[in-house]
Design a protein around this ligand. Sequence first.
Ligand SMILES: *[C@@H]1O[C@H](CO)[C@@H](O)[C@H](O)[C@H]1NC(C)=O
Length: 385
Amino acid sequence: MDQRLNLIGLLQLLLLATSGNGLEWTVPDVVSSIKNVGSSIIDPKLLPTPQSLLEGSKQLLVGLPFEYVSSSINYICSQALSSNKIKSKFTPDITKMNFQLRTACVRTSFPLLEAEKMWNSPSFDPTKRVVILATGWTTQVNDTETIDKMAQAYNCRGDSNFVALDAASFVDTLYSWSAFNTDEIGLHLAHGLVKLLDVVSVDKIHLIGHSLGAHIVGAAGRYMQQLTGKMVPRITGLDPAKPCFNEGETLSGLLRGDATFVDVIHSNPGVLGKRDPMGDVDFYPGGLSALPTGCITVTCAHARAWEYFEESIYPGNERNFMAIRCSSIQGLRKNKCVGDDYPMGIAAPPSLKGNYFLDINAAKPYGKLSSSQRSARLLNCGECA
Ligand SMILES: *[C@@H]1O[C@H](CO)[C@@H](O)[C@H](O)[C@H]1NC(C)=O
């Protein structure tokens, strides 16, 4: 019963997006029957938030039913988008969006359109690189574990200025609206980057995005090329969101070519995250199974991508996750994959191409080559002393 409620809730997101547009769908029967149940409740206030849906999905022990629903939603969403009748309900407003520069102790916000002012901030070190992180779904910039942990890791490492994209509430609305907004937010981010390029050389910039954020930074990379002719050297996609993002559809999302080097970590392939390779290099830790070892929920799996990357940022951890080019995790485990191993995460070499597989631990530290002594030593590194 709980499971069915989740399915209805998820479909309601799409129903809200498509209601009243006279769209003709051809969807599996099971989906249309759920649609009929769902369509009697159209009060937007009754709709679950993406967060509550994700919380609800914790009750699902196996990824498979969810995987099927996810695919159905993906299909409906793509149909809705390609009809060109759907407009985002909340248009992202660039004047409400900020870069938030984070040192261990200080958080300073700069409007995207005044990004060049970051240069004059005492918190900004012009000799260092600039890492910009965009997240998905829950993007209260001051209340997001992903941002906090990644900021701490980079502040421990000490070689980069860490900046979070504060997309105001424009990613924190219903998933479908959020998905429709990613392109426009990406364009706004690109305008912010153009301002930043007044003071920072492009080769110092690294864009990282988790979930919907991966598609936002991908769009930013594309638009920046249009606006300046310059390419960001690296974009990292951490379990790029799957629902609504299809190959060749209106929203194609992050793709190789958006930066000189696009590296992607897939941790919930086929459910909340995309399964198909899209980067120059695509890492599949634990293989193509929707739930990596140690996870019994899709939210846990979706978060793993940034947790792996975060672990690799800490000094000494760069080679915790060694991966081999392969076509399956089974092949890897049977030693059928030949070739050198290369690090997944911060130290992924920009020349890497193809699909790479590796095994991971069920609990922290996740890297097969991690050291619990080193992890213990680094526990408070990067925190405000
Ligand atoms: C986040 O926190 C900083 C101070 O730590 C504050 O200046 C800023 O306004 C906060 N941003 C939001 C969106 O609440």
